[in-house]
Unconditional design. Structure first.
Length: 182
């Protein structure tokens, strides 16, 4: 792969991959680190990657690096016994900003509600949902990237949609008259 081809791939995929990493990690610095590592690996393994499968390969690498980063955070939290302060600060900044990495402006309340509901899904399922619904990647391609049976992937998406439906349609908590006056 020559420099021009590499730069073209970088420009074509960098923003979309950053968005996916950001939504998985909820931290811009970690997402940037993941994307940088993914493109370093692309450069390092360029001779071994089928040029027709670069997109799938990059998606797979970013997905795996995000999972690795999440595991590292969990290990640190477990050993240090405290939450990831930087991630919490970034989440509060993001809440005040109300804009996502892909959006040109503020997100709508519906989009915010969906993102909060998606936080109830497992990291792997949330990643699949983001790839399919936010990035428009075909299920067949996702199944290939994640080395999953396409039917298993469809079942996982179906269950995730059911879970999201339950979260999004649950009634607001009812406040009794005693709680209001008391």
């Amino acid at each position: 792969m020559d420099n021009n081809t590499y730069n073209e791939i970088l420009v074509t995929h960098q923003r979309r991959l950053f968005s996916a990493a950001f939504y998985m990690l909820r931290d811009a610095d970690d997402a940037e680190d993941v994307i940088q590592e993914a493109f370093l690996r692309l450069w390092r393994f360029t001779g071994r990657i089928d040029p027709g499968k670069v997109t799938a390969w990059l998606n797979r690498v970013v997905h795996n690096l995000c999972i690795d980063q999440t595991r590292k955070r969990n290990v640190l939290r477990r050993h240090l016994g405290q939450p990831d302060v930087i991630a919490l600060e970034n989440l509060s900044e993001m809440d005040g900003n109300k804009s996502g990495p892909c959006s040109e402006g503020p997100t709508s309340p519906d989009q915010e509600e969906l993102l909060e509901a998606m936080a109830t899904l497992s990291k792997e399922t949330r990643s699949i949902m983001i790839m399919h619904y936010f990035q428009g990647i075909k299920l067949v391609d996702i199944a290939e990237m994640l080395e999953m049976n396409p039917n298993s992937l469809k079942v996982r998406i179906h269950r995730a949609r059911q879970a999201l439906r339950l979260v999004l349609t649950r009634p607001e908590p009812v406040i009794s008259a005693r709680q209001e006056t008391g």
